[in-house]
Every structure is written in C-alpha cells, then in structure tokens.
Design a protein around this ligand. Structure first.
Ligand SMILES: *Cc1c(COP(=O)(O)O)cnc(C)c1O
Length: 363
C-alpha cells in the first residue's frame, strides 16, 4: 500500500462540488480583490471566534509581520518565542527589526511557560505563543505572565484553527491571533492566505491600511504599507470549508485517537494533548531516538513521513547572525533530532490508518 504523508486531493474531493460552484460564482462576479467574499469570510471567521475583527491577508507570514508592525515593535525591542517553531514565526519578528528571544518548549511542544519570566528584560515587548501541531499552549499561565509584565500576547494559530483551551478558542487570548490558510493547514485555501483576529478597533483600522499600500482612501498613502490581501477566490473557498470545519476537526481527532490507542511500541513516544484543551491535530508528531531508521522502515512499506522541523530557527543559516550556538537549547534540539510526523489528513481512510499503525508497531 502507498500512503502519502499528506494528500490534499482527498480534502478537495470531500467538498468538490461546493468548491467548484464557488469558483464559478467568484469568476463570474467580475470582482477579485477586496470584495464581498472577503468581507463575508472576515465576518464569519470573526464570529466563529466571538472576536470583533478579522483582517484577511496574503499569508501567515504577513499576519505575523503585520501584527508586530502594527504594535510598533521594531529595532531594539525583544519578542519572546519558543525555539521549536516553524521559522516563519521568527521571521515575523525579525522582519520588523526586532530581536527574537527563544524559550524552550514543554512536553506538549508549546512554549514552556515556566521558562518565560527568566527571559523578560526591559526591552521585552511581546510574547508569541505558537500552538504547534494544533496543541494549544499553556494559555492560563502565559496570559498571567504577559499581564504581570505588561507584554503584548500574540498567538501564532497557523496550525490551530478551531483548537480551544478551557473552552476558549486559540487566537482570542492576546491582542492578536495570526492565521495562515496555506493549503496544508487545517482550514486550508487553494493558494496562499492568512489573517489576523483582534478585538481592538484601532489595530483593525491600522491593519486594513497597512495591507493596502498604507492607504485608507484610494491613492492617499499615509505609510509605506504592503500589498497583502486575501483574494476573493481564496476567501470564497475558505467560506465553503469553514461551514465544514467542525467535521474537518472531528475527523482529524478520530485519526489521532486511533493512533493513540493503536500505536504501542516502546521505541516510539506519542504526542499528548494538554489537559483542558481540544487539540486539532494539524500534525501527529511522534518522537523516536532512531528516527532515521523508523522513517526508512516506514518508507519501505510505502508510508511517507515528514520532519517538522529538522533545523530549529536558531541553528538555521538565516539566523546565524544571532550568534546562538548548538547546545544552547537542548530540548528544542533533541526534538528536532527525534520528531517524525506520520500521515494525518482529511479523507485518510481507516484502512490506511490501520496499515500505518501496524507498521509502527512492527518497527
Ligand atoms: C504555516 C505556518 C506559518 C506561515 O504561514 P504561511 O501562510 O505559509 O506564510 C507561520 N507559523 C506557523 C507555525 C506555520 O505552521
């Protein structure tokens, strides 16, 4: 049997007729940027979170970049972020000229709240919590720390659409929640996309101005902004999928549950959902000391896997200038050397799940 690590065609097939009608509808509308589909999606995604504003953007990276920019965070400022994240989380900080200050993750792959305060300095302006793999961070303690030190809390929800912590959705705990709608994400578009959620009216206005060349009114530009807009086709596709997000999440949780009960192998450490949270399983990430051997073993049985992520940002070429040496973040580095994402996607058959479980157990 051939099992791909991810198969977007299966996710498309689930809602094919609705998506195709939406495509035709938008194509025939004659309006492709900043129109009614975007307005409707922004209203619906904000309402889903019970938040006042959603600002549609061109990508998740833009969301992170514009979040810090709209808060006035730049050169000389520090932003605390977990060391084990996708590098875009860090780029959103450094594109503004600010300095990332890394913190090790806890056993749930989120920022280790117990290690945040020791990194707070007079330059710290914000904490970026990344709900990696769809597992919410320790929000109660993080919110408390941000309040105590008067720091902005920004959430990177690129992998946590619809996840919640004690019944409250990720993306609603801090000043802004940043989302990506990249096709592989749980709420994925069919091209690039992203957004920011916020309750603050002033930030909403500022972000709308920044995403459109720094202009509030056509051809009157108050700042050097960017071109970062969620287009009508993508907004329309996202509206179709949003109606089904609940079942998209339920299906991923069912797969994770089958893995959790089915995989029993002392060489393999399974991921855990933090207590009082509803995880949405963007990835199902196991750890194994013999990761290379496990990946090759699965590959031989036709099962594809991915490593999220083999190089932590602080050890990447891009951030060599920060001068952080190997060994400074041992937990993060240990995760980078042992994590392996096994197949999980919408439309993934139970037969294939069984096959993956059997292979994991036979290793
Ligand atoms: C995907 C992702 C991003 C970046 O989103 P893009 O839309 O690809 O720019 C940022 N942070 C995390 C954690 C992600 O997984």
């Amino acid at each position: 049997m051939e099992v791909m690590p991810n198969n977007l065609l299966c996710g498309f097939a689930l809602y094919q007729s609705e998506l195709e009608s939406k495509a035709v509808e938008v194509l025939r509308s004659g309006w492709y940027i900043l129109g009614n589909e975007l307005k409707a999606f922004e209203t619906e995604w904000a309402a889903y979170h019970n938040v006042k504003h959603c600002i549609g953007l061109a990508s998740g990276l833009d969301a992170l970049y514009l979040a810090f920019r709209s808060l006035g965070i730049g050169a000389g400022d520090e932003v605390i972020v977990q060391a084990n994240t996708f590098i875009a989380s860090v780029m959103g900080i450094t594109m503004n000229g600010a300095t990332p200050v890394f913190v090790e993750p806890d056993e749930y792959y989120g920022i280790d709240a117990a290690k945040i305060e020791e990194k707070v300095t007079s330059k710290t302006k914000a904490v970026l919590a990344v709900h990696l793999y769809g597992i919410p961070c320790d929000m109660e303690r993080i919110v408390e720390i941000c309040k105590k030190h008067n720091l902005y809390l920004v959430e990177d929800c690129a992998q946590s659409h619809g996840a919640d912590y004690r019944g409250k959705k990720t993306g609603t705990f801090g000043v802004m929640g940043c989302y990506s709608f990249y096709p592989t994400k749980n709420l994925g578009a069919f091209g690039d996309g992203g957004c920011i959620l916020t309750d603050r009216d002033d930030l909403n206005e500022k972000l709308r101005m920044l995403r459109n060349y720094g202009s509030r009114m056509h051809y009157y530009n108050e700042e050097v902004g960017v071109n970062s807009r969620l287009d009508e086709l993508q907004a329309g596709f996202l509206r179709v999928k949003l109606v089904h997000l609940h079942e998209i999440i339920k299906e991923r949780q069912a797969i994770a549950n089958r893995y959790d009960t089915g995989i029993v192998n002392s060489k393999i450490k399974k991921p855990k959902c933090r207590p009082y949270t509803d995880c949405v399983w963007h990835q199902y990430v196991v750890r194994c000391k013999e990761r290379g051997k496990l990946a090759r073993y699965l590959e031989k049985q036709g099962i594809g896997t991915i490593i999220h992520y083999p190089v932590p940002p602080h050890l990447s070429e891009a951030y060599r200038y920060l001068g952080i040496k190997k060994g400074e973040f041992p937990v993060t580095e240990e995760y980078a050397d042992s994590v392996l994402s096994i197949p999980i996607y919408n439309g993934f058959t139970e037969e294939m799940q069984r096959y993956v479980i059997d292979a994991m157990n036979a290793f």
